[in-house]
Design a protein around this ligand. Structure first.
Ligand code: AMP
Length: 396
């Protein structure tokens, strides 16, 4: 496979699928440019080599052409971030894009209009992909957030480039390497911390990672389905009754594979799902009627922290409680801080999936873990062991 680091873009035009799906306010100002910044290493590599970059992305969910979703709102900021003049094409295919691409000089950037102004993008249409491909000599996919979609710009386009003219950008490369470092080359003990609301949304991930880990730490609402399955009293905690057997099977499979499963010994419970509810700590398998577990209790926090500090490899997905409410954020905070501390002591840590990323950001720890994934849904599917079309298309 071609690696971007070994490739020389000199005098070549690279069409790069970036994820510039940034939030804009009512004045079309970018309120969070994380995704644009994440693409900079790839863009700079191409320009510094003496190549030119044709950037393509989607923005929002337009129904046909809608000005509020135009990528023209990003031009000035892209200029600031790159320090390079940015040429804009009002359509991603057609005569204007073709002419501007043909006249593009080494060191220049051409930003194409929103791919999703054309319904063909999401359909993975061949003819549309072919027109995009014709604009450039090389294809680079650096949009991990859409790698799980078989769209024209993430999947179909790759077939129009030979193996030595298509590659991942630095961002996707880092995402894949980080997860592989945990699941394929993880140094023991390998710990997976899985939290969040429901067993149903995490079961495929758990089943996929079980053979690759030593310890499975469960937290959040999903823990109560396990406690109920084991015969415990869970009060009015969130329980998925149709997943009780699944929870039991996970425990059995873990035992058979020598994976230690940790459940929170105690829970901080509330008499209502509200930040101003009354709270009380109960053993997690003996919660009184009318009380619901919304966070780790003190014993669980201590035990989880100690286990995390002993791990050499850590994968974390899903919060340990209802961390959006300050009263129930402590467990998630303790876990986040322990993951950061373990990382400082030499462990390799990956945080992936929407809410756990929000949690490390809330506690300002994003730069204290080894890798924070930018691709919510794509990361979850990758952890589930699914083949992501955007990745497969490059590897083929
Ligand atoms: P997920 O998207 O599956 O990772 O779930 C994240 C959501 O789970 C967050 O919005 C949390 O507030 C919620 N959550 C975590 N712990 C609990 C709990 N004990 N009871 C109810 N919801 C929870």
């Amino acid at each position: 496979m071609t690696s971007i680091d070994n490739f020389n873009f000199k005098n070549l035009k690279a069409i790069v699928r970036v994820d510039f799906n940034v939030p804009l306010n009512d004045y079309f100002e970018i309120t969070d440019d994380t995704r644009m910044r994440a693409a900079l290493p790839t863009i700079k590599k191409i320009l510094n080599d003496g190549g030119s970059a044709i950037l393509m992305s989607h923005l929002g969910r337009p129904k046909g052409r809608e000005e509020k979703y135009s990528l023209k709102h990003l031009v000035n900021h892209l200029k600031e971030l790159t320090g390079v003049e940015v040429i804009f094409a009002n359509d991603c295919i057609g005569p204007e894009a073709e002419e501007k691409a043909a006249n593009l000089k080494p060191g220049q950037i051409l930003l194409l209009e929103n791919l999703r102004f054309h319904p063909e993008e999401k359909k993975g249409d061949e003819n549309f992909a072919k027109q995009l491909a014709a604009l450039a000599d090389v294809y680079v996919n650096d949009a991990f957030g859409t790698a799980h979609r078989a769209h024209a710009s993430t999947f179909t386009i790759a077939k129009f480039f030979p193996a030595d003219k298509k590659m991942f950008g630095y961002l996707i490369e880092k995402e894949i390497k980080s997860v592989d470092k945990v699941l394929k080359e993880g140094q023991s003990p390998v710990l997976a911390i899985i939290g969040g609301a429901k067993v149903s949304s995490k079961i495929t991930i758990i089943e996929n990672i079980l053979p690759k880990i030593d310890v499975l730490m469960i937290g959040g609402g999903m823990a109560y389905t396990f406690f109920k399955a084991l015969g415990g009293k869970t009060g009015s905690s969130l329980v998925e009754d149709d997943y009780l057997d699944t929870a039991k099977e996970v425990m059995e499979k873990a035992k058979a594979q020598n994976v230690k499963v940790l459940l929170p010994a105690d829970s901080l419970c509330a008499d209502a799902f509200a930040n101003d509810a009354n709270t009380k700590i109960f053993p997690s398998d003996d919660i009184a009627d009318g009380w619901m577990g919304l966070d780790l209790g003190e014993k669980a926090r201590e035990e989880y922290k100690n286990t995390i500090l002993q791990a050499k490899t850590i994968l974390w997905n899903g919060p340990m409680g209802v961390f959006e409410m300050d009263k129930f954020a402590k467990g998630t905070e303790v876990v986040a801080k322990a993951v950061a501390e373990a990382t400082q002591n030499g462990a390799f840590s990956v945080v992936g999936g929407g809410d756990s990323v929000a949690a490390v950001n809330k506690f300002h720890l994003a730069d204290k873990v080894s890798h924070v994934s930018t691709g919510g849904g794509a990361m979850l599917e990758y952890l589930e062991g699914k083949t992501l079309p955007g990745i497969a298309a490059i590897m083929k």
